[in-house]
Ligand binder design. Structure first.
Ligand code: NI
Length: 169
């Protein structure tokens, strides 16, 4: 297993949608294991393939409390087939958007379909924190960052800060 480099905004790869997974082979299993290790190492509760420069539609997540036993979940070609309600995701952050947090309005309940790492179709409902994490990670696979879901004013302030930092480095 390996710890992969997590791409950071404004890397253009983060704003491109990924390709669907068509073959669940050994390479993919290896990438899943590497991504899980990278996520736990960061540490984070979710990681999408595009964040480590893999142009494939899958993600890993684990929302179990830190001291608890790990519970890794893998979602391949995930899609939200149903969404309703509203929840304020307070202080949302992202491994690809360092040193920035913001409140984001998310759906409070979603239904997700996809396949697991064995190729079995899965479908489940999620609400609350899990629903927030899944919306955030599925957004990544479509080239959307959480800063794309905040006000233009806030987003422009963040972009200005990053541009300034890049100039200085
Ligand atoms: Ni993220």
């Amino acid at each position: 297993m390996a710890i992969l480099e997590i791409l950071e905004y404004p890397d253009g790869i983060l704003s491109k949608p990924v390709l669907p997974v068509t073959d669940i082979n050994g390479d993919l299993q290896q990438q899943i294991d590497d991504m899980a290790q990278t996520m736990y190492h960061a540490p984070g509760v979710g990681l999408a393939a595009s964040q480590v420069g893999i142009n494939q539609c899958f993600l890993v997540y684990d929302v179990s409390p830190r001291d608890d036993k790990r519970s890794l979940h893998v979602l391949i070609n995930p899609r939200i087939v149903c969404q309703e309600g509203e929840i304020l995701s307070e202080n949302e952050g992202c491994l690809s958007v360092p040193d920035y947090r913001s409140d984001v309005v998310r759906f409070s309940q979603i239904q997700v379909e996809g396949i697991d790492r064995d190729g079995k179709p899965i479908s489940f409902d999620a609400e609350g924190y899990l629903a927030i994490v899944l919306q955030h990670e599925i957004d990544h696979l479509q080239g959307i960052l959480f800063i794309d879901r905040i006000s233009v004013l806030k987003r422009n302030l963040y972009k200005k800060r990053i541009k300034k930092r890049l100039r200085q480095s």
